[in-house]
Design a binder for this molecule. Structure first.
Ligand SMILES: C[S@@+](CC[C@H](N)C(=O)[O-])C[C@H]1O[C@@H](n2cnc3c(N)ncnc32)[C@H](O)[C@@H]1O
Length: 248
């Protein structure tokens, strides 16, 4: 069986070093999540947040910097990404925990208390539809009353032609960024596999771990079915957006 692409040290280091180039709206998504979190964080003395698929801890670092009352649990299945997160977050010792688990596993059992917020960026689209639905149900069950789920992720448009056009624009962006060195050449193999699965084989069935983007509208319904209220997608641009829901 081949190694899941996020689990090699090379892919994790290359992604971490160039994340805001690889994902052209990376900083914007994170900024939007921090703004959404501000009223949630200010409403509680101690603010517990979970980052699902939190990778190398770039968003968690910003949360811990901005909200002095925040504690964070970062869940990720990749030891390679978690090792980078441990380095990045070392100065916040005592305010974070790293949990090596799949989003499909029972990560909620690791939480010290019910969180006020669960966030995720660029991770949940790796789950197939049923896994997303189960994950959202798990999130709703785990959250404290009044808590928020915010997923800053990749979403596809409903029409295939527009989806392929957006994928091709990102493909062109990646090719030029690797060619001019803004992204390390060590990311080439990860990108080549992405290209094969998403452009060359566009429309082929996807399995768990692939890029399984679904529309925001479909996932809004998953959130409602999971028990969330006030579900909406307040921002979307190209392949990215923020999907949010509120636990009553
Ligand atoms: C593109 S990276 C994004 C990392 C981080 N959220 C960020 O925005 O910088 C995708 C992350 O999702 C994690 N991931 C993918 N599938 C996962 C799963 N089924 N369970 C847990 N983590 C997963 C990977 O290990 C990786 O750290």
């Amino acid at each position: 069986m081949s190694t899941y692409r996020w689990n090699t040290n090379e892919a994790a280091r290359a992604y971490d070093a160039a994340a805001p180039v690889i994902h052209p709206l990376y900083d914007e998504v994170q900024w939007r999540i921090l703004e959404l979190l501000a009223p949630v964080a200010s409403g509680s003395e101690s603010f517990l947040l979970v980052d699902l698929g939190g990778g190398s801890g770039r968003l968690v670092e910003k949360v811990l910097q901005r909200f002095a009352n925040a504690r964070v649990v970062l869940v990720d299945q990749s030891p390679a990404f978690l090792a980078i997160a441990a380095e990045r977050l070392a100065r916040f010792g005592g305010r974070f925990e790293l949990v090596e688990k799949r989003l499909q596993d029972d990560w909620a059992v690791e939480l010290p208390a019910a969180p006020q917020a669960i966030v995720s960026t660029s991770a949940i689209h790796h789950l197939v539809a049923d896994e997303k639905r189960q994950l959202y149900a798990k999130c709703c069950a785990a959250l404290a009353p009044g808590g928020w789920l915010i997923n800053g992720d990749e979403f596809r448009p409903a029409e295939d032609a527009e989806f392929l056009a957006r994928l091709k624009r990102w493909d062109a962006h990646m090719k030029s960024a690797i060619a001019d060195g803004r992204i390390s050449a060590s990311f080439q193999a990860t990108f080549d596999h992405w290209h094969e699965r998403n452009i060359r084989d566009f429309g082929a069935p996807h399995k768990s771990g692939d890029d399984c983007q679904e529309t925001a509208e479909v996932q809004e319904q998953y959130l409602r079915d999971a028990g969330f209220i006030d579900v909406e997608t307040p921002w979307q641009q190209e392949m990215w957006g923020t999907l949010i829901g509120h636990k009553a």
